[in-house]
Ligand binder design. Sequence first.
Ligand SMILES: NC(=O)c1ccc[n+]([C@@H]2O[C@H](COP(=O)([O-])OP(=O)(O)OC[C@H]3O[C@@H](n4cnc5c(N)ncnc54)[C@H](OP(=O)(O)O)[C@@H]3O)[C@@H](O)[C@H]2O)c1
Length: 254
Amino acid sequence: MERKVCVVTGSSSGIGAATARLYAERGWNVVVNYSREAAPAEAVAEQCRLHGAEVLVQKCNVADDADCRALAAAVDAKWGRCDVLVNNAGTTKFVAARHLDGLDAADFQAIYAVNVVGAFQMVRALAPLLQRHPPGAVVNMSSVASVTGMGSSIAYAASKGALNTLTLALARALGPAVRVNAIGPGLVDSPWLKNGMGAERYAAAVDGYKARAALAEIIQPEDVARAAWYLGVDAVKTSGEFLAVDGGIRLMPV
Ligand SMILES: NC(=O)c1ccc[n+]([C@@H]2O[C@H](COP(=O)([O-])OP(=O)(O)OC[C@H]3O[C@@H](n4cnc5c(N)ncnc54)[C@H](OP(=O)(O)O)[C@@H]3O)[C@@H](O)[C@H]2O)c1
């Protein structure tokens, strides 16, 4: 049987890398995407190839529509199909919520350009391929910040809220051939927060999270990858849904 194809944006690290590896392990071909550094993407691609997957490593800044269209054209040329798109690439600026002057319009625009517009551009570029061999699926990597208003900054939380709404709108627009859902991870053990917060603040955030979350754990990239498999492949009657993978942090008072 022809192998199916999963495009995972931002898959040279963290959640995206774990997702690309899981799809490869389960018999799919994958696109590993990055926007800055090729070497980590090549390393993830090698791990995927160990499972027998064909891998396309593609540099693409999802905020750049020409890059998104070039990625889609490369996928079409190589395999002629895309069964699942995981819109995982994201960006933020770390600014304490009370420090309103720490964010300006340019910060909002830079964050929305990747987290919202980038996700839309990837869907638009890949829609013909997602529709070619139904059922196709899109999985948008939102955040628990989208429903709590917490997280690295107000602009980031708002962008993920917009991504949730984009998920609803695209689920309407692309059905019945393509399902569209979102995942809301909590605090994930990836470079994202470690780099953004620094080691000391990160360690304190992990302790605080474990103390408050119902499941008393932070989230591993592989936990999120399994949710991306579920929504991408198994959840055949689910579209427009938001699935929290947050250890139950939303259940607890702040
Ligand atoms: N970590 C958390 O606690 C957490 C919680 C909730 C939601 N999330 C969401 O999960 C997603 C992945 O986060 P992560 O923790 O796995 O982060 P990560 O380890 O820092 O990885 C981010 C990935 O995105 C790529 N990337 C960044 N900007 C891009 C762009 N404009 N175009 C294409 N690729 C880009 C990076 O590669 P390059 O640097 O080479 O571009 C890298 O591969 C993000 O959408 C984030 O908002 C994370």
